[in-house]
Design a binder for this molecule. Structure first.
Ligand code: SF4
Length: 341
């Protein structure tokens, strides 16, 4: 395989708006129910403070994550009520508006969604995402109405119809077979061929969390991850980026196998889904990658910036933050050069 001429990433803040979730994934250490220790719905002031700090630190992306359809959990509506909202969607719309006004681009990942929810969020998001995880029906997803593969594919399809630049991905090592991985990649490919909206596919390694039903489940080996990346690069169209998370796995060898993106890296906030795994410092990461330059992008990939797949509402911010190729103005290559000084 040809060596990547550069590898992209985005500088983000990670905001876990709520960890209340209707699903019960066997590997999840994030989810809580109302009333449990650690259950939370972030208050507007908490979010706004992170947004402001993110802009000051030069971040261009705010990743809003949620447990899925928290409203189905008894007690959650009271939590919403306390902050003055009657639905998660209304609260999220407010947060997206506030992010844009603050100068940072929203990327929402809130689980499966209906067409009307996607439609409401589209003008206020630079891109959106939903991990397919797998097309297989797995024990890890029992008791998870939102993890029915058809339901997830339907959300990704609706996002395509609405021309939303989109992120999806596979979770590797949760009980799926190699054939399941190929089928999952083919399913994403087929939606991309129809709608052209998949900008990246994350190949994420399962990392066991203490206290979860899958705490003793074996992690995928590096060889398995390499194979999954090779499969992804082989099956996915060449305009879809393959991403791994550099806080979960050493990306260097995987870049040689076809990885072209390292996702959101935050200088400020932790990975709330994998809190044990610290983000690398971008300069340290660049040193580690040696002659493979890192290049900063926005949450919307350059090809969609060029195609104008964004609303008027966020257009001026995207135009201000992007260079004439559609990447982040002041690309990280310059920062890499700074390292030498
Ligand atoms: S992984 Fe996501 S969908 Fe599954 S239980 Fe955790 S928060 Fe909910």
């Amino acid at each position: 395989m040809e060596k990547a001429s550069f590898v992209t990433f985005s500088k983000n803040v990670f905001i876990p708006v709520t960890n209340i979730c209707r699903n019960r994934c066997g590997y999840c250490g994030f989810r809580r129910e109302p009333g449990q220790p650690g259950a939370r719905l972030m208050k507007p002031a908490e979010v706004i403070s992170i947004l402001k700090n993110g802009v000051r630190a030069g971040c261009t992306e705010v990743l809003f994550t949620f447990g899925e359809y928290a409203e189905e959990m008894p007690g959650y509506n009271l939590m919403l009520d306390e902050i003055g909202y009657s639905s998660t969607l209304d609260y999220l719309l407010f947060l997206c508006e506030t992010a844009i006004e603050t100068g940072i681009l929203p990327h929402t990942n809130a689980g499966v969604m209906t067409r009307s929810e996607l439609e409401a969020l589209k003008p206020l998001n630079a891109s959106m995402g939903l991990m397919l995880e797998s097309t297989a029906s797995l024990e890890a997803h029992k008791d998870c109405p939102g993890k029915i593969p058809e339901r997830r594919l339907e959300t990704i399809r609706e996002a395509g119809k609405l021309q939303i630049p989109y992120t999806s991905g596979l979770l590797i090592g949760i009980g799926e077979s190699r054939e399941d991985r190929i089928e999952s990649l083919e399913a994403i490919t087929s939606l991309h061929r129809e709608y052209g909206h998949i900008q990246e596919v994350i190949i994420q390694n399962f990392a066991p969390k203490p206290g979860t039903p899958m705490e003793s489940f074996p992690e995928p080996t590096v060889e398995e991850m390499m194979d999954a990346v090779v499969l992804a690069r082989h099956v996915l169209p060449s305009d879809v980026s393959v991403q791994v998370a550099p806080n979960l796995i050493d990306p260097k060898a995987l870049i040689g196998k076809g990885v072209t993106d390292l996702g959101g890296i935050s200088p400020l906030t932790i990975d709330w889904i994998n809190p044990e795994a610290e983000w690398p410092d971008v300069r340290d990461l660049q040193k580690k990658l040696g002659d493979i330059p890192l290049r900063e992008r926005l949450p919307v990939y350059p090809q969609y910036v060029k195609r104008g797949w964004y609303s008027e509402r966020i257009g001026s911010l995207i135009e201000r933050l992007s260079d004439n190729e559609g990447y982040r103005k002041q690309p990280a290559i310059e920062n890499a050069e700074d390292l030498e000084k």
